[in-house]
Write a protein that binds this ligand. Structure first.
Ligand code: PEP
Ligand code: MG
Length: 863
């Protein structure tokens, strides 16, 4: 008897519930850990053993049924009478051989006897073309069956030598018997991360979602590290930055589909992604630490990077949490601690869900995205499993959670990638939240003085969402960047913020009076009385101008010579509609409906559309609303609609083109729109129209739907002028449209061929470029031929430098952010239309956007 057999038999403790697998190959036994592929060696396919085959036959290791034969015939799964799923895999990476060299002797579904030949293979060919011929026998459902004995090293004969003894774990037989799983398919694919930031939080979370629902395990590998796709934290810790090539590895019945879905998602992220990259794009350009003048900083001044503009005077308050240090040892049983952790996580998850919902309703897309990522981190198996392991060793829930998070933070902080390292702040945030939910000290209840300038090493988003905004005048951070989530939130809530001030910030004592000029990137920590006075004066002056503008904001805006300009609001939610009315908007010039429904899991129904618009129209108290049909695609994604990946999404199925693939979605929306009462308060706006064919078709559809509900009055329909073709064909469009609304954000992008989300082009991608202005002029002239009016609803309409030129080009409506309405009305009142016309004409002849800006500032200085 051979040595391996002896060792197995001598130590055999076979019982009624255990059963034997014979060697399926003739050859020497290889311990699993020595199999030359980490996927097998680390047990990803399940526990088992290897054999290095000496000949070319794979036989059944016991009686059973063939539940799966790999497409490429290099592996089979056999189910034993006990329900164990045994994977028999010939060689390493042999899926790559595409079936060459393998001849199956059975079919899927066959009943086989121990020792029966299953696959014959050309051992020489496989050995020459695959990395190794070492083959694996693995228990795919190792959660249900355990290996109780295994053969030692030595040569076994196929169908004779006893290789493994297996035993069902408790209750496993029944479960396993029901299982249809097979694990023999595997898929590998390399993906190069082309998107900014690489595998950071949002793409990682989306990749995880893409893999969900497939019957396959997916693992991501990079430079010797690996992480399961379910663990966003693990994926971040890989440190795969922009340009990195990662390997996706799938195992399971739907391995290829899962790997494809993940790869597509990652490739899609490269073409516009909704969280970090756009936030970077929209963030103000970091102000250099040394002012451009080169003037050295005063001794009492620290330099930082502007994360949110503005100026403030106040008292420095240290916001840094004192370390929360939960006791290491548990006071109760492990199961009580585990339940306490579950409860805390569930409570925080509900809290975050609510935050995401309300932020989405306010249209605060960035903020909603941040907390959505926190929800994903909160349920990350890497964190939760690590915490549970510690709890099972007798540690308290708080200690275990904190340790699990700290271990991941330590990994992230080793990565030399600012964007990824910033996610450490998100982990610190969920650490604090969960510790608070477990009953540890809660700093958010802290009393603040009036005019508090909060200082911290780095704020977490939840610090900001819970702080008393009426008392905080500015935020300063030693670390962080303009792309950090805290910075995004500071901008959204309009608090001046300075980041990356450095450790010198910690040396400024609590209670010091400081001047924070975030716009200039400076913190003065021992300001002279004159400095304070100047800063207060500037702050007050700006507040005074705002107040004066507010007082007249409810009146119509006409130029000094009497030309009426409607100043409308761009809105996304019901709250915005109320803000618009308070700020004196004459109407709503653009309701971006895609933002209203952005985080819904399913498309809104006709009634949901109608109810949302009706609420907004009611809040507008008689003002009209221009409501744009769904504009998704490119940089705008909605959760309920996964668009097919496109190489060039900005030039793909965007805006109204979506109706070509999902006419049902548009029909529901149009039905909702035309049902809003009173009729006539809603004007319908169509995005991304290219020529009049699309407009005519949709107009016809709107009329049909109106007739269905017995509406006979004329429904006003306008088109967005967002692409050069629409501007050039404005006369044709205006023949069928009631008005034109210029989307300068996209018109600039498509005219200058500069991605609106590309941070490096942000300074050049300026709507005041003479080429864009000429297209605006063409649009106005085209509309005038048919007596139609033209508005501007892109960001240029709210830019005080652009307003005189737009008015001069003949635009009669400007639709701007609700809070900007009073300022823009005031600007219009100071204009003289003939002068605007003349200077706008001159601007068309200038050579650059900078030249146009400079000319406008000179003629019409800003406040
Ligand atoms: C625009 O493109 O200018 C516009 C108003 O539309 P959005 O910014 O929603 O694409
Ligand atoms: Mg647009």
């Amino acid at each position: 008897m051979r040595r391996a057999e002896e060792s197995l038999l001598n130590h055999s403790s076979q019982t009624a519930s255990s059963f034997v697998l014979l060697a399926p190959f003739t050859g020497p036994v290889v311990p699993l850990a020595d199999v030359p592929d980490p996927v097998f060696a680390e047990g990803m396919f399940g526990d088992g053993i290897g054999i290095d085959p000496l000949d070319g036959v794979l036989v059944a290791p016991c009686d059973g049924t063939i539940t799966h034969l790999a497409r490429t015939n290099h592996a089979v799964t056999l189910r034993t009478a006990e329900g164990a799923e045994i994977l028999l895999h010939i060689g390493i990476d042999t899926v790559e051989l595409g079936g060459k060299g393998f001849t199956p002797k059975i079919e899927q579904g066959a009943t086989v006897r121990a020792g029966q030949a299953l696959i014959e293979f050309d051992a020489d060919f496989v050995a020459r073309h695959a990395p190794s011929l070492v083959s694996v026998i693995a228990v795919a459902n190792s959660d249900a069956f355990e290996v109780v004995e295994r053969a030692g090293r030595g040569v076994l004969r196929a169908g004779e030598g006893r290789l493994l003894v297996l035993r069902a774990k408790d209750g496993a037989k029944a479960d396993a018997a029901r299982s249809d799983a097979n694990f023999t398919d595997e898929a590998r694919r390399n993906v190069t991360l082309a998107h900014a930031g690489g595998l950071h939080a949002r793409p990682a979370a989306r990749a995880r979602e893409a893999a969900r629902g497939f019957d396959a395990k997916v693992e991501v590998r990079f430079e010797g590290r690996k992480a399961p796709i379910e663990s966003v934290v693990g994926l971040l810790s890989l440190g795969a930055g922009e340009g990195a090539t990662i390997e996706l590895l799938g195992i399971g019945a739907q391995a290829s589909q899962a790997v494809e879905a993940v790869a597509n998602e990652l490739l899609r992220a490269a073409h516009g992604e909704v969280e970090e990259t756009p936030a970077r794009a929209k963030s103000p350009a970091p102000v250099p630490a040394t002012p451009p003048s080169g003037r050295p900083l005063d001794p009492n001044t620290l330099a930082g990077v502007c994360a949110s503009p503005g100026i403030a005077v106040g008292t420095l308050v240290r916001w840094d949490d004192q370390e929360i240090t939960p006791p290491e040892q548990a006071s109760g049983s492990s199961s009580a601690e585990s339940h306490a952790l579950d409860r805390a996580i569930t409570a925080i998850d509900a809290e975050l869900d609510e935050t995401v919902r309300t932020a989405s309703q306010r249209g605060a897309v960035g903020e909603a995205g941040i907390f959505a990522v926190h929800r994903v981190l909160l349920e990350d198996p890497t964190l939760v499993d690590a915490a549970r392991d510690l709890i099972s060793l007798g540690k308290s829930a708080g200690f275990a959670w904190r340790e699990a998070i700290r271990a991941q933070i330590a990994l992230l902080s080793k990565i030399e990638d600012a964007l990824l390292a910033e996610r450490a702040a998100d982990l610190r945030d969920i650490e604090k939240r969960v510790l608070r939910a477990l009953g540890y000290k809660n700093t958010s209840a802290r009393e603040l003085p009036d005019e508090a300038v909060l200082a911290a090493d780095e704020f977490t988003p939840s610090d900001l969402s819970s702080l008393d905004r009426t008392r905080v005048t500015a935020l300063v951070m030693a670390r962080g960047g303009a792309t950090s989530h805290a910075a995004i939130i500071a901008r959204q809530i309009g608090i001046p913020a300075l980041v990356a001030v450095g450790d010198a910030l910690h040396a400024v004592p609590e209670g010091t009076q400081v001047v924070v000029d975030a716009s200039a990137g400076r913190l003065e920590h021992a300001p002279t009385a004159l400095d304070v006075e100047r800063a207060r004066f500037e702050r007050q002056r700006l507040a005074g101008v705002r107040e004066a503008n507010r007082r007249t904001s409810q009146q119509a805006a006409t130029t000094s010579d009497g030309r009426a300009i409607e100043v409308a609001a761009n809105i996304a939610t019901l709250d915005d509609a109320r803000t618009a009315v308070e700020n004196g908007a004459d109407s709503v010039g653009l309701l971006r409906t895609e933002l209203l429904f952005i985080h819904r899991a399913s498309a809104p129904t006709k009634d949901e559309h109608k109810d949302s618009y009706q609420g907004i129209v009611d809040a507008l108290k008689g003002r009209t609303a221009i409501i744009r049909t769904l504009d998704v695609g490119a940089d705008k994604e909605v959760d309920y609609l996964t668009l097919p990946p496109e190489t060039n999404p900005a030039l793909g199925l965007r805006g109204i083109r979506l109706a070509q693939v999902r006419p049902d979605l548009l029909d529901d929306q149009l039905r909702g729109l035309i049902a809003v009462q009173p009729f006539g308060t809603v004007r319908i706006l169509l995005p991304m129209v290219t020529d009049s064919g699309e407009l005519v078709r949709l107009r016809k559809r709107i009329d049909e739907l109106a007739r269905e509900i017995g509406r006979t009055d004329a429904i006003e329909v306008g088109v967005m002028i967002e692409v050069p073709s629409a501007a050039l064909l404005a006369d044709q469009l205006a023949q069928h449209a009631d008005f034109l609304s210029i989307g300068t954000n996209d018109l600039t992008q498509y005219t200058l061929a500069m991605d609106r989300c590309q941070p490096d082009l942000a300074a050049q991608s300026d709507g005041l470029h003479p080429a864009v202005l000429r297209l605006i002029k063409a649009a106005v002239q085209g509309a005038a031929k048919h007596g139609k009016w033209v508005g501007v609803c892109g960001a240029l309409g709210g830019d005080p430098v652009a307003v005189p030129l737009l008015v001069g080009l003949g635009v009669t409506e400007l639709s701007v952010d609700p809070v900007s309405v009073p300022g823009i009305k005031a600007r219009v009142r100071n204009l003289d239309y003939p002068l605007c016309r003349q200077r706008a004409e001159d601007a068309l002849a200038l050579e650059s956007a900078q030249a146009v800006r400079a000319a406008s500032r000179e003629i019409w200085p800003l406040d």
